[in-house]
Design a protein around this ligand. Structure first.
Ligand code: ADP
Ligand code: MG
Length: 292
């Protein structure tokens, strides 16, 4: 069903006439019911977002999902960055998603490790380099299908990786998953902070509970002299959290291994546990889970 939707959205077919509209309406009602049923089985929905691109949303979503899965929580990771999906690359997913066994209507999310399954648009496209050129309704429809038509099963956590900004995708998630809780990611410099102030306002407007702010790429330890360098300034995430009365969840240093691991398809936390990145990340996970 989702494979078909991807093809239809690419062609822009939507049907016409009143009977087509009626059918569409019935389909939407059915889908709404399926979404409700699917969401009932998922205890916590964590929505990772930011006003800005390139601040580390996908890296943090991936590592957060891995960390939760390693702790024994049944975890799903849903990539709703339809125009710039990174999750397939970060987990080395190359093949297409299959249908779930036994039920022709549902798609099987990709099992990437024990306790962790993933869905991304990238695993639904034949041509991985093809641009997704969709308008709002097609994007909303796809995100709804990511919930309704995927066999997520019983989950402790669903981590949702958003595109930058406050456009169609975050709005669709906020409307579809009313109990989603936001984790806002920023880098410390003012140009990023200006954008996350919009994310904070977005969450308030659409009534998404915000768990707090993560500051990414705050400091960098020089591999030659071991001195700490504030690449993009430092402390901006914490100051913004304080300004808006939000929790500061923690900061993650700039670490060259994050880049390598993201490109190689194995998120850093899958293997490494004894470094500054892993330690700081653990603090963040603890600060998230203690609020749930
Ligand atoms: P976003 O999803 O916000 O666009 P990504 O997670 O794709 O951001 O990160 C953008 C780039 O920055 C990627 O190449 C990623 O590997 C890198 N990156 C993210 N976080 C860190 C970090 N803490 N240290 C070093 N590089 C990072
Ligand atoms: Mg991303």
């Amino acid at each position: 069903m989702i494979h078909k939707s991807v093809n239809e959205a690419k062609k822009g077919t939507s049907g016409c006439g009143s009977s087509a509209q009626q059918q569409q309406h019935i389909k939407q009602q059915e889908q709404g019911e399926m979404m409700k049923q699917a969401l009932k089985k998922i205890k916590n929905k964590l929505f990772v977002l930011s006003g800005k691109g390139g601040v580390g949303k996908s890296s943090i979503s991936s590592n957060l999902a891995v960390s939760l899965a390693k702790k024994g929580f049944k975890t799903g990771l849903m990539d709703v960055d339809l125009h710039g999906p990174s999750i397939a690359q970060m987990f080395g997913i190359k093949d297409m998603l299959n249908m779930a066994p036994g039920d022709k209507q549902l798609l099987a999310p990709k099992q990437v490790m024990d306790n962790l399954t993933v869905v991304t648009i990238q695993a639904l496209m034949q041509d991985k380099d093809q641009a997704v050129i969709w308008r709002g309704p097609a994007k909303t429809g796809m995100i709804n299908q990511f919930v309704a038509n995927v066999d997520w099963g019983e989950l402790d956590f669903l981590v949702i990786d958003a595109p930058p900004g406050t456009g169609d995708e975050p709005i669709s998630v906020a409307q579809a998953i009313l109990d989603a809780q936001a984790i806002i990611v920023t880098t410390p410099q003012e140009v990023a902070l200006a954008d996350i102030r919009k994310s904070i306002s977005f969450c308030k407007t659409v009534k998404l509970k915000t768990l707090g702010i993560v500051e990414n790429m705050g400091s960098f330890k020089c591999p030659h002299c071991n001195e700490s360098i504030a690449l993009f300034n430092t402390g901006g995430g914490k100051a913004t959290a304080k300004q808006f009365g939000l929790n500061f969840l923690g900061s993650i240093p700039f670490n060259l291994e994050v880049v390598k691991s993201g490109d190689s398809g194995i998120p850093l936390l899958t293997e490494a546990t004894d470094n500054e990145f892993a330690k700081n990340f653990e603090t963040i996970v603890a600060n998230i889970t203690k609020q749930l």
